[in-house]
Design a protein around this ligand. Structure first.
Ligand SMILES: [Zn+2]
Length: 179
């Protein structure tokens, strides 16, 4: 009886250790590594290999920490050395999930020509928690986002061709030809 209890206790202790020690390196919108740890984001302020120092992304917040790596997608133990380890602002776990999802959708949209509906369906499973679903951007907003990203990634001549096609279908073609 007491052994079972101990195992459960150990398991939950291990879980909390995992939660409290490891941070994940994500990619910022500009392509730089960004540390995500316990619902807060940090940007890299110095790389003194193997020690990478991070600071909270909020300009008015002074919390700093360090890891021994900055490879995007990897997880590292996060060490706090500064006196101030308390953020002076709330964390944002939902935003993290949405940003991760958006950056994946963006990558996909810029690389392939699949319709937005198909791309969205591939990422629906990524949202599991009910709260996340409630907070996630609407389907329509995702669709508009994908269209915009596709447009941005199209070369100039393709954008112009689209304009030409509109001309052909419209009533203005004869006028355009006559000038
Ligand atoms: Zn902060």
């Amino acid at each position: 009886m007491s052994e079972t209890f101990d195992v459960e206790n150990l398991a939950s202790s291990l879980n909390s250790i995992n939660l409290s020690l490891f941070g994940k390196i994500t990619q910022s919108q500009k392509g730089f590594p960004k540390l995500y740890f316990q619902n807060y984001y940090y940007r890299l302020i110095s790389a003194n290999v193997p020690k990478y120092t991070w600071r909270c992304v909020k300009n008015y917040c002074n919390v700093r920490c360090s890891t021994n790596g900055n490879k995007i997608g990897d997880e590292y133990v996060v060490n706090f050395e500064s006196q101030s380890t308390e953020h002076n602002h709330p964390s944002d776990p939902i935003k993290f999930v949405q940003l991760e999802r958006r950056s994946k959708i963006e990558l996909k949209a810029s690389m392939c020509d699949e319709p937005p509906r198909k791309i969205i369906s591939e990422f629906v499973n990524e949202i599991t928690d009910e709260e996340e679903i409630a907070n996630s951007a609407s389907h329509n907003a995702d669709r508009l986002f994908i269209s915009r990203k596709k447009k941005e990634s199209k070369p100039e001549y393709l954008k112009n061709m689209k304009g030409l096609k509109l001309l052909e279908d419209g009533d203005f073609l004869p006028m355009a030809l006559s000038t």
